[in-house]
Ligand binder design. Structure first.
Ligand code: IVH
Length: 795
């Protein structure tokens, strides 16, 4: 043997054992440790070497079989018709080459070629290549009798119980005319959304999360317990057939249409293409839409449409000569983690960022990836020097998916959070995670986020705060880009957002890149931002957890900055979509002396455009019963609270009642435990003080139940009592109630002679009947929506 032959033999042996090991992890354990692209490279290297040295090919080589052995715990299924694999095309040229080979193979069937090797074009069926798990479904007399994995292509695992749990796999075929025995082949996969939801659930329940939808689908389908499989959002898509005893159409496309007719899901993207150019157009079109598809695909598959021609072309080793997978650039790659740096964000969060050895992922060079927080670093088990899998999905920021442990170098270093802010040197503290009940009771645990305590004295936080403040959806100061903000902060001209309004012409024109016109433009746009709407201003402040929507809700409901600044967290939770945690963030923000002085300084320069009253809808939505229920007095829920309210009529009445044992014991509908709890609650001065403070504020804001009359008078449905029954499609009961109350109506739970109108959705029962008996006006949902629309209230 020559040296080069010996070297080739050694390399081939090494590649085979490495590929075998990866196959085992991928096919048997469902835990691949390298991305597909890396696997493909190893595989292609082996293929190339074997092509150069055909004498070294053995039947056991991974190139000669599909790979993977059946898990022993499942029964075995022998595939009477082997389940094949597909050859790959990466470049357009590969596909043209494939088409040339097809036409060559069909030379006898196709019309004669011309001088340039051209000729009649071949019709191909085109489908996306779904990234899941190949599955065989056997139907006998139209009934699903067996499901199997591909396994090594000739023997797979019996997963009948599991496939039956996949919702879009029919257990019985519909229609008629199906072959007596029909083996349907296709892909079981998980949609992107299903995958995200499942991972979120797993994370919550402390279960295992998956790196990508493919692994999630494979892991879910190959569960010994079919109940686990049933709980996972798996889907099936048919792309072909295996064993057939009976008649089928003569083209691949028509067969898939027949399958569809029998109730089997097929790809919505299935198309026919005439000739290779149309195939390439299909490839490009799907490639452009790849990110917006609901599921992941790693390429498209082209198949010669005519079955007669497929037979004519036949097979080569394990691949059909009549089909090919045209792959998209890989979205996962391996690279090295060179370092972890820490970035400081607007709220001071210190975020680890991975510095990577630059690598091409799906056509883009990636050299950084966010690591989110230190919990994520710990979850990944990341060390500096590690080889990591990075993934890029569309426009999404690249992510580090996993560490390849076997490639960890001896000198790998742990990732440590710095004790001091890398920007300003202030202390870095671990945040506390505060979860609150409705009444605001706090449950504190360690958070995942570390924070620089430097606030606006930290240049990083200051810059980010100002960038946010001036951004388009906030104060919308045009022409004040990130670079200019940096200059302004670095030069010391701006150390708070309020400083923007004191900038002089001389100061700006002296900055790098500024001339007369640009200076005047910038100063003009700063000037133009002096009269923002309240919502924009609130959003611009950058209150943690207060995005644009929440800012709008605050502005629209409370109407003035003063009210928002003073609002107690309990009062804030009366507003739509504001929970206790956000309410406390808002409160903490305005309690902070530094923030207060920044706002005071801003108000020297800014005039809010649209301050006004508390919105009538919310003003009218607070009732005494609701107020009491929200105090979270143990053992007193909504009904108990309503009873108390009906009896006592006011907060002071309830407080008095709670301490009057005799009166209390006569109150029906409150049990002993509840009475005891009520008495203890209002015996504590702190609770009384808090309840009174909330009440006082509700009064101030005009949101108090005793203000209801005032607010409600003049509203179109004032003085009327309405009843909602059945289900509404366009909105929830609560939303419908809030809208009716916004129009001045009271919403009651039962129908009586006093009821003005009943809104009845589908499923309405006795209330509807009673309304009919009493001759009360009844609206269906459509009429109700029309009424709301008349009064300017939409869905
Ligand atoms: S046809 C003989 N069509 O890709 C042809 N395969 O290497 C056999 N796949 O694991 C496959 N989408 O599960 C075909 N539309 C599609 C496909 C598809 C995904 C998978 C298949 C197999 C691999 C082929």
């Amino acid at each position: 043997m020559t040296t080069s032959a010996r070297q080739a033999a050694e390399r081939i042996a090494a590649l085979r054992s490495e590929i075998d090991a990866h196959n085992y992890r991928y096919y048997v354990l469902d835990e691949p440790t390298i991305p597909d692209a890396e696997y493909d490279r190893l595989f292609n290297e082996l293929k190339a070497l074997e092509a150069e040295h055909p004498e070294l090919i053995t039947p056991e080589s991974p190139t000669q079989r599909v790979g993977g052995a059946a898990l022993s715990a499942f029964g075995e299924v022998r595939h009477e018709v082997p389940m094949l694999s597909l050859g790959n095309a990466f470049a357009e040229e590969d596909l043209r080459e494939f088409d040339r080979r097809v036409r060559e193979g069909l030379a006898d069937q196709l019309p004669a070629g011309d001088l340039f090797g051209g000729g009649a074009e071949v019709e191909y069926s085109c489908e996306p290549k779904l990234d899941g798990l190949a599955v065989s479904l056997l139907y006998e007399n139209g009934v699903l009798v067996r499901g199997a994995t591909r396994g090594d292509g000739s023997t797979g695992e019996d997963i009948s119980a599991n496939v039956r749990t996949v919702r879009n796999i029919p257990l019985k075929l519909q229609g008629s005319g199906w072959p007596a025995r029909l083996e349907v082949r296709g892909e079981v996969f998980m949609s992107k959304a299903g995958f995200e939801q499942m991972n979120a659930r797993q994370l919550e329940s402390g279960g295992k999360t998956f790196a990508n939808p493919r692994n999630a689908a494979a892991g879910s389908l190959r569960q010994l317990d079919p109940r686990v499989t049933a709980s996972r959002p798996l889907e099936f898509c048919a792309y072909g057939i295996g064993l057939v005893e009976g008649e089928l159409p003569g083209t691949h496309y028509d067969i898939l249409q027949a399958l569809k007719g029998w109730g089997l899901p097929i790809s919505r993207e299935l198309k026919l293409a005439r000739g290779v150019e149309e195939c390439l157009a299909y490839y490009r079109n799907i490639g452009e839409r790849r990110q917006s598809l609901a599921y992941e695909i790693d390429g498209v598959v082209f198949k010669v449409n005519s079955l007669a021609w497929q037979r004519e072309l036949g097979f080569r080793a394990r691949e059909p000569r009549w089909a090919i997978a045209h792959k998209f650039p890989a979205s996962e790659e391996l690279t090295e983690l060179l370092d972890v740096e820490f970035q400081v964000g607007r709220t001071g969060a210190v975020t680890p960022v991975a510095r990577l050895r630059p690598v091409q992922v799906a056509g883009v060079t990636v050299s950084n990836a966010t690591l989110h927080n230190m919990d994520e670093v710990a979850r990944l088990g990341l060390m500096i020097g590690d080889t990591v899998i990075v993934r890029r999905a569309g426009d999404v920021i690249p992510q580090v998916m996993a560490v390849v442990l076997e490639r960890r170098p001896a000198d790998a270093r742990p990732v440590r959070i710095p004790e001091h802010c890398p920007v300003c040197g202030s202390q870095v503290e671990r945040t506390q995670l505060v979860r609150r009940s409705k009444s605001g009771r706090a449950n504190v645990s360690e958070g995942a986020v570390y924070r620089c305590v430097g606030r606006l004295s930290c240049a990083a936080q200051l810059k980010q705060s100002i960038i946010h403040f001036v951004s388009r959806r906030a104060m919308d100061i045009e022409g004040l880009g990130d670079k200019i903000v940096e200059q302004l902060v670095d030069s010391g001209l701006v150390s708070s957002p309020a400083d923007l309004y004191s900038l002089s012409y001389e100061q700006v024109v002296a900055l790098e890149g500024f001339a007369d016109l640009s200076t005047r433009n910038l100063l003009a746009s700063i000037e133009a931002s002096r009269t923002p709407s309240l919502a924009r201003f609130i959003y611009a402040l950058g209150i943690p957890d207060v995005g644009e929507e929440t800012a709008k809700v605050l502005a629209r409901s409370l109407g003035s900055l003063a009210r928002i600044q003073q609002a107690l967290p309990e009062v804030l939770t009366y507003l739509p979509d504001i929970g206790a945690e956000v309410a406390y963030e808002i409160r903490n923000f305005f309690d902070d002396g530094h923030n207060r002085s920044v706002i005071a300084r801003l108000l020297e320069h800014i005039r809010l455009q649209d301050e006004g009253e508390v919105h009538a809808e919310f003003a009218a939505s607070v009732s005494l019963g609701d107020f009491l229920a929200r105090l979270e007095i143990p053992f007193i829920a909504a009904t108990g609270a309503q009873k108390l309210a009906d009896k006592a009529g006011s907060l002071e009445g309830v407080i008095a009642l709670s301490q009057d044992w005799l009166e209390l014991s006569q109150l029906k509908g409150l049990n002993e435990k509840a009475r005891q709890s009520l008495r203890e609650f209002f015996a504590a001065p702190a609770n009384v003080a808090r309840a009174r403070a909330i009440e006082r504020q509700l009064l101030d804001f005009g949101m108090h139940w005793s203000c209801e009359k005032r607010v409600v008078e003049g509203l179109p449905l004032a003085g009327q009592t309405w009843v909602l029954t059945g289900t509404l499609e366009a909105m929830s009961r609560d939303q419908a109630k809030a809208r009716l109350e916004g129009l001045g109506a009271k919403v009651a739970g039962s129908v009586s002679a006093k009821t003005a109108c009943v809104v009845a959705g589908p499923g309405a029962g006795s209330k509807l009947a009673k309304a009919g008996e009493l001759g009360i006006r009844i609206l269906d949902e459509e009429q109700f929506l029309a009424l709301l629309a008349e009064h300017g209230l939409g869905v």
